[in-house]
Every structure is written in C-alpha cells, then in structure tokens.
Design a protein around this ligand. Structure first.
Ligand SMILES: [Zn+2]
Length: 192
C-alpha cells in the first residue's frame, strides 16, 4: 500500500520554495521538477514547454544557506533559422547563497550569486532563479541540430516559405524605392 507521507525533501511540482526557517543547520538535498506549467508562469517566456530536473544540495549555517544547483532536461524553443520549435538540452550547474540577514553584498561571497532575504523571512522561492538559469544556459543561437550525415534537421518547407517571403520583401522594397516610384510616375504620365 502506498504511503501517504511525501518525502519531506520532495517538493510538489508547483512549489519551488525551500522553507529554511524550520531547517536544522547542516546539509540537506531537495529535488524539484520543472514542467510546462512552470514556464507558463513567466509572461513572455521564450520557452513554451520543458521538462527539467533540479537537484539542490543545501548547507545551512546560522547566517546563510549555500546552495549548489544542478539542472538537467530539455526545453522547447523556436529555431532561429526555420522558426519551428524543437527541444534543446539543458545542462546547468550553479551556486547561490541565500543570506538571511539581508545585508550581504556580492563581494562577501566571491564566486556565488547572493540572494538577500528580509530578516523574519522563513522561505526562499527559487522559481525565478531556476527560470533565469535555464534561459542563461541556452546558447545565444538556437538551431536545429544536424543529423548523422551532417544535414540540418530544420523544417525544409518552412525554410522554402521563408525564402519566398524574403524575396517578396525584397521585391516590395525595390518597388517602393524613390527610383521605382519615379519610373512608375512617368509610366502613368505617358499613359495619360
Ligand atoms: Zn530549424
């Protein structure tokens, strides 16, 4: 019979909080799952879907909590070449220091990112940090990968259509140039 008690370090899929207030000092681990609903929480997100596992190793002291985060999975993004969406792998590792007193500066913790909490706060929401880390881990240029034979897996129909649109745009642009207007005007004149 399945137990009704959830593992305390297994957070439900809609919460990305660590309730540090009630945590004893020492080491703890947390697992979070990021899913499509997660990305829909961020307005204007360029990621429409995704599945990412977030593993957090935490060490709490009296003043702060040091987090080591590992994120692995894949997210759906639009290809910069053919505009079709495809899944891109995510592989991110980062550190974050959650300072309880709220007065830490970045240079207090040389290489870490620091999140300042207000005195009296008891939990930290990692959703924004996780979202930004996933976005930052993606390359600037997002392109469908090549297949085993080195051929792009881009949507060929879409590329053909885009090529057509580009040519059309070129044509309209040259028709709207002052020179073509001039010649169109003179044609009209000669017709009249
Ligand atoms: Zn593509």
């Amino acid at each position: 019979m399945p137990t009704l008690h959830l593992n305390v370090t297994m957070n439900n899929q809609y919460s990305y909080d660590i309730a540090y207030g009630s945590l004893p000092q020492g080491k703890h681990t947390f697992e979070f799952e990021v899913n499509d609903a997660f990305f829909r929480r961020f307005e204007g997100s360029e990621i429409s879907e995704g599945q990412v596992s977030v593993h957090v190793d935490a060490e709490k002291t009296s003043n702060f909590m040091a987090l080591q985060l590992g994120m692995e999975g894949s997210v759906k993004v639009a290809c910069d070449r053919c505009l079709d969406e495809f899944f891109m792998p995510v592989d991110f590792e980062g550190t974050l220091t959650v300072c309880f007193s709220g007065d830490a500066r970045d240079d207090d913790f040389s290489e870490d990112e620091v999140m300042n909490m207000k005195p009296g706060d008891t939990e930290v929401d990692l959703a924004q940090y996780i979202y930004e880390s996933i976005c930052l881990s993606l390359p600037m240029q997002r392109l469908h990968p090549n297949d085993d034979e080195g051929v792009s897996t881009c949507n060929k129909e879409m590329l053909a259509k885009l090529h057509e649109l580009q040519e059309e745009a070129q044509r309209v642009k040259s028709e709207n140039s002052p020179w073509s207007k001039l010649s169109a005007g003179s044609t009209a004149h000669s017709k009249a």
